[in-house]
Each structure stands twice: as C-alpha cells, then as structure tokens.
Design a protein around this ligand. Structure first.
Ligand code: ADP
Ligand code: MG
Ligand code: ZN
Length: 480
C-alpha cells in the first residue's frame, strides 16, 4: 500500500449532432422520432454508386464552433474514410476527418480544445425489448433515419481534474453550443454525447498515466458518477500496486458498474484514407465572413458582462448566462424595470432562487404566467419596502398560478407591508407589553431576544411587517 495522493486527469470527446435541415452528405431531412427507415436514400443507405455531397450548413456550423473556441480554422479541410464493420454502418466506413480537421486548438473556459472535426453519425440499432414490435425476440433492427446526421466531434486536451469539473465544463459547452444555435444539445435524445478519458497520476507529476475511456454517457449526472466511479476504481488498483489497463469501458448508471467493452489489443485499426468521392473543402473568406457575422454573444462573455456592467456576483452571472432562457428573462426584466427602481442583483436572486424553484429547474420562464415586467414590478415593490420578502413570495405564487399584476395582487390579497410607524407602533407596543422579561433584557443591553418581539409582530401582521422598521420602533419605544 502506498499513501501518495493521486490527481485525476480527464479529457473529453464530445459528439454534437448539428441542427441542419438535411443530413451531412445527402438531402434526407433530419428528424427525431419518425417511424424507422422513413428518412433514407441511396447515399445514407450506402448503396453502391451513390455519391456524397457535403452539407454547406454543417461546415458553416463547424466554423462557428471553431470561432467560439478561438480555434485555428483550416484553409483546406479533408474528409477521410474511417473503416470498420458494424451493422449501423452500411458503407463499412464512416466519412470523418483525420489529419486535416476543420478546427485545431483553441479553448473554452479553463479547458484547451485539441480539435473539432466534422463527420457523419451512424444509424441506430434498436435491440429486442426496446421496441414493441420486437418484444420477446432476440433480433435487432437498424433504423437508418439517424445514419448520416452531421456531427461535430469536439476533443479537449486532458485539462479537467475532477468529475465535477468535467460536468461543469460540459454545462458551459452545452450553453455555448445552444447560444450558437448549431445543435439542439439534447442529451436524452442523443444530440450531445460524451466520452470521458480518465487517468490518474501522482499529484505533482506532469506525466500522463494510462487512461481508460468511458463511452457514450448521456446525462450530466451519469457522466459525473461514471467518472467518479472510474477514478475510484483506478485509485484502488494503483494503491494495491497494480497497473491500470488501457481499455474502453461502459458505465451502467443503474448498477454503478463499469464493464469492459474492449481492451487495447482489440483496438481498431481504422485504415484511414482520403475520401475519394469528396474533394477537400476550401474554406473561403466568404464562408469565414458569414460565420463571423452569425456569431452571437457567448455565455462566458455574457456572464462577464453581467458581472462587469450589472454588478452581479459571479455565481448569479454564470447561472443566468449559462441558461440562455434565464439570461433572456433576466435582461427583459431589467429592461422593464424603471431606472434605479430595481437592483439587477435583486432581480437575479428572484429568478434563480424563487422563480426557478417554482417553475422547475429546466422550465423556460418565457413560457410561464410570469412576465418579465411583473417580476420587475415585484422586485421594485420589495425594494421600496411596499411588500416584505415574505409577502412578495406569496405574490409570486399567485403570479406563477394565474399571472397578473403584482400591485393588484398586493391590493386584492391585502399583502401590503405594514411599514408606516403609525400602523406598526401600536403592534410593537403590544409586543413589548406581552413580553416584560424580554424588555428587561433589552434594557440591560442584551439585544439577542429582540427576535421574540419581531416574531410577535410578524405573527400579528401575518408576515407583512418590515423587520428593520420593527427593530427601529423597539429601540425608539424603549429609548435605547
Ligand atoms: P486516442 O488516440 O486513444 O483516441 P487521443 O490522444 O486522441 O487518444 O486523446 C483522446 C482524448 O483523451 C482527448 O480528449 C485527450 O485529452 C484525452 N487523453 C489523452 N491522454 C489522456 C490521459 N493520459 N489521461 C486522460 N485523458 C487523456
Ligand atoms: Mg480518439
Ligand atoms: Zn439520405
């Protein structure tokens, strides 16, 4: 047994289905959930003599991804044949890229990008039991609808250092791709798929250890758990004095088990060679200009702007900027709020804490009953102390349920803050009379039990009292 500390080293390979109208090398439309084998043609079925034609939109999206990473964009990009046999690959090879990918280098956040290349997706195998039609049979069918879907494969450098780091970074990647509009980035539907390469090394070492590859994980949670399980497995091997075998693994999220798919000895030799049916793609200035013009503000830049210009704390800025729909709602609410009436940080807090917890973590507030204007008004009412935080939460419940105008709701429900000294003073007096022991302590300079008085007033006013004002009145009435 050794007691050295180990450092995980992780590199990711991400396959992103590009949201083009048609497939990578043919005119078949891209759809999801259509009946099997209804979106096929001789090209994507690999029939002899059918010739591929590259999809210009896919190249355009690839260039946008490269620009988002600040990659070096190839002046000339070559397609290669990657040869292997599998039933989901009718040609016996996948058209991919090899030594002249579309984009090289670059970075996203704190992770360097190795390369981005364009390729075609394989078809989908549907196994017995997964489909009603095949239930009880041993057979599988091949659904060629997915075959030929354009993919961007993004390969990172091994810059990630923990499972959480990997999951966080993938969230940034997904937000970036979504902002670019190049993919649906829907993990359940498989439009964003991730392989994780994992190795361990003694902390402080700069050499890389032997890595394993976890294949095709399709949710952030599984990726995080899979990497964690693999780190633990490798650490146990190393601590026992053993060696990690280079292999490809499958992580089963139900059992938390890692099983070997293939070892190094079984690794493929893909016999890459240039695709003879496709000339190299010349990346023209016109193509670059078009991609540049289509670039939106990216989530990392948006987060910076939220911090710099609107004074948000880093966590809020990231939360809002990495969820495009939350960021849009936030900006709409800021725009709707009258100048100086709403603090951006307050709006951010109401969205990320209160609104998101009411609508559900993945909901888009634009589709809810709450308008950005209404939220801005509510935050302004709280800011002006016309309603307490507590009462405002009840107003938000109403807004989420039925929509409407916060001021009207406050009026109709009698939720206005009991803030004026006229209204509050008698209630504070009553509270003091009811708690002579507390009054004694307060007079003696022990302010801790003031909470008892505040609590009393809150009960009397059903949470509509302004806590700070109650504090002030207590001191005033006791002459402190
Ligand atoms: P392979 O030839 O096995 O595909 P690559 O060198 O192409 O390996 O790297 C594939 C991915 O694995 C990249 O994301 C890279 O960052 C990552 N990677 C490479 N070596 C290691 C290692 N020792 N530990 C962790 N990740 C690694
Ligand atoms: Mg590889
Ligand atoms: Zn086709």
């Amino acid at each position: 047994m050794s007691d050295v500390a180990y450092e995980p080293v992780i590199g990711l390979e991400i396959h992103v289905q590009l949201a083009t109208r048609t497939k990578m090398f043919c005119g078949c439309e891209l759809t999801f959930g259509e009946p099997p084998n209804t979106r096929t043609c001789p090209v994507c079925l690999g029939l002899p003599g059918a010739l591929p034609v590259p999809n210009a939109e896919a190249i355009h999206y690839g260039l946008m991804i490269g620009m988002a990473f600040g990659s070096e964009l190839a002046p000339r990009s070559v397609f290669h044949r990657k040869n292997y046999f599998y039933p989901d690959l009718p040609k016996g090879y996948q058209i991919s890229q090899y030594d002249e990918p579309l984009c090289r280098g670059g970075r996203l956040g704190d992770v360097r990008i190795h390369r981005v290349h364009i390729e075609e997706d394989a078809a989908k195998l549907v196994h017995a039991g997964e489909s009603g039609r095949l239930h009880g049979s041993e057979a599988s069918i091949v659904d060629f609808n997915r075959g030929g879907t354009p993919l961007a494969e993004i390969v990172t450098e091994p810059d990630l250092r923990s499972a959480e780091h990997a999951a966080d970074w993938l969230r940034l990647l997904r937000a970036t791709l979504r902002a670019l509009g190049v993919s649906d980035v829907n993990m359940e539907e498989g439009s964003l798929r991730c392989d994780a390469n994992v190795s361990l090394r003694p902390k402080g070492s700069t050499e890389l250890g032997t890595k394993t590859e976890l294949k095709n994980m399709n949710s952030f949670r599984f990726i995080e758990r899979g990497i964690k399980a693999e780190i633990a497995r490798q650490e146990a091997i190393l601590r026992a004095g053993g060696q990690v075998e280079q292999e490809t693994l499958h992580f089963d999220p139900r059992t938390e088990q890692l099983t070997s798919l293939r070892s190094k000895e079984e690794a493929h030799d893909y016999r890459y060679f240039p695709e003879p049916d496709l000339p190299p793609i010349e990346i023209t200035q016109e193509m670059l200009d078009r991609a540049r013009a289509a670039m939106p503000e990216l989530p990392a830049d948006r987060a910076d702007r939220f911090e710099r210009e609107l004074g948000l704390n880093a966590d809020s800025a990231r939360l809002l900027a990495f969820r495009t729909e939350l960021g849009d709602f936030f900006e709409a609410a800021i725009a709707a709020g009258k100048d100086g009436e709403v603090k951006p940080q307050a709006v951010a807090n109401w969205i990320t804490n209160e609104l998101v917890s009411r609508l559900g973590a993945d909901a888009d507030p634009a589709g809810s009953n709450v308008t950005p204007e209404a939220l801005a008004k509510l935050v302004a009412l709280v800011g002006a102390r016309k309603v307490t935080q507590n009462a405002a939460r009840q107003v938000l419940d109403k807004l989420v349920a039925d929509g409407g105008d916060p001021e009207r709701i406050v009026e109709a429900e009698g939720l206005a803050a009991v803030g004026g000294a006229d209204e509050l003073a008698p209630i504070v007096q009553k509270a003091l009379e009811a708690n002579p022991d507390v009054v004694e302590k307060l007079r003696a300079g022990d302010m801790k039990p003031i909470g008892v008085i505040v609590g009393f007033v809150m009960r009397e006013t059903k949470g509509r009292a302004d806590g700070a004002e109650v504090n002030r009145l207590v001191r005033e009435q006791l002459g402190l």
